[in-house]
Design a protein around this ligand. Structure first.
Ligand SMILES: NC(=O)c1ccc[n+]([C@@H]2O[C@H](COP(=O)([O-])OP(=O)(O)OC[C@H]3O[C@@H](n4cnc5c(N)ncnc54)[C@H](OP(=O)(O)O)[C@@H]3O)[C@@H](O)[C@H]2O)c1
Length: 283
């Protein structure tokens, strides 16, 4: 594989598993030094060890991206260790399920904290360093951002908020030479250990979503890394993602009709029998 990211330092938030971990491996394979992040330090350490065994240069920076002081500490650690920061991938994100009527206020709050502020804070803290390198800030959004998905209202809203934030940031940082990109990720094969929140904030495993065509985390990583290389503003993943992006802008009524026709299926998926991780709330 070509080493297009040789001498570049990449920080990927939420990278102890799933798409973030795949991106860490992908950027490292293409020559980057990679800082990985998550809240659970033990699990992050295991991921770092695995990636180092592949011969990659990896730094682990445990932090909660929704807490400003921890984010400042994370960015300082990366810059102190590597001497620079070129690319920030705001990947950390959480999901919940349930109707607006059922989801608790605490879960709404947590979704906003992690999915919006958890991308806003790292971007703000990293900006001075990324500007020095004329580097990139990338937001990992979702095709759920195009049109409010029923029974996933707060998830859709937080991902849609990233669209507006990335637009503002792109205009504000043009003179500073920062590239700002947003990736609308489609259904992706999830880690078997992927955890989401139920409507009360209990941690439950996300069951394998059957009957849906999914992309591999490796494909997602390749598309996002190419977006960085080509300094593209936005990319929609998968054929369905591209079609949804086009249709929602020109004929939003069609998306509304598709969702309305499939309400029963979407509702049933959001109410599937939960498999609890532990009896703790709001971790
Ligand atoms: N999977 C899909 O089908 C899909 C589709 C569209 C968009 N996306 C987006 O792609 C991104 C990655 O999704 P994924 O499915 O790969 O996620 P995942 O497997 O659930 O992994 C989430 C990662 O984020 C970390 N994390 C969670 N909260 C955090 C916080 N407050 N601070 C720091 N790290 C945190 C987790 O570790 P800790 O729990 O230890 O913190 C974990 O490493 C998300 O933004 C998601 O919304 C995913």
């Amino acid at each position: 594989m070509k080493k297009e990211f040789q001498d570049k330092v990449v920080l990927i938030t939420g990278s102890s598993m799933g798409i973030g971990k795949a991106m860490a491996s992908h950027f490292a394979m293409r020559g980057a030094k990679v800082a990985i992040n998550a809240r659970n330090a033990e699990k992050l350490g295991r991921t770092a060890k695995e990636l180092r065994q592949e011969g990659f240069e990896i730094l682990e920076v445990p932090a909660d991206v929704s807490v400003w002081e921890q984010v400042e500490g994370m960015i300082t650690s990366v810059v102190t260790h590597f001497g620079q920061l070129d690319i920030l991938i705001n990947n950390a994100g959480i999901a919940t399920r349930g109707s607006v009527e059922n989801v608790s206020p605490e879960v709404f709050q947590k979704m906003v904290n992690v999915n919006i502020l958890g991308s806003v804070f790292p971007s703000k803290a990293a900006m001075p360093y990324i500007s020095k390198q004329s580097g990139s800030i990338i937001f990992v959004s979702s095709i759920a951002a195009f049109y409010g998905l029923p029974y996933n209202g707060i998830y859709s809203s937080t991902k849609k908020a990233l669209t507006a934030f990335s637009e503002s940031l792109r205009l504000e940082t043009k003179e500073k030479g920062i590239h700002v990109g947003i990736a609308y990720v489609s259904f992706t094969e999830n880690d078997p250990q992927k955890i989401i929140l139920d409507s009360d904030g209990n941690r439950i495993y996300l069951e394998n979503r059957k009957g849906i065509k999914k992309q591999s985390p490796e494909t997602v990583s390749s598309i996002i890394s190419n977006m960085v290389l080509m300094r593209r503003n936005s990319v929609s993943l998968s054929f369905m993602g591209k079609a949804l992006n086009f249709i929602h802008r020109i004929f939003p009524g069609i998306i509304k009709m598709i969702y309305t026709r499939n309400m029963a299926t979407i509702k049933a998926q959001s109410e599937g029998k939960p498999r609890y991780v532990e009896a703790e709330k709001n971790k």
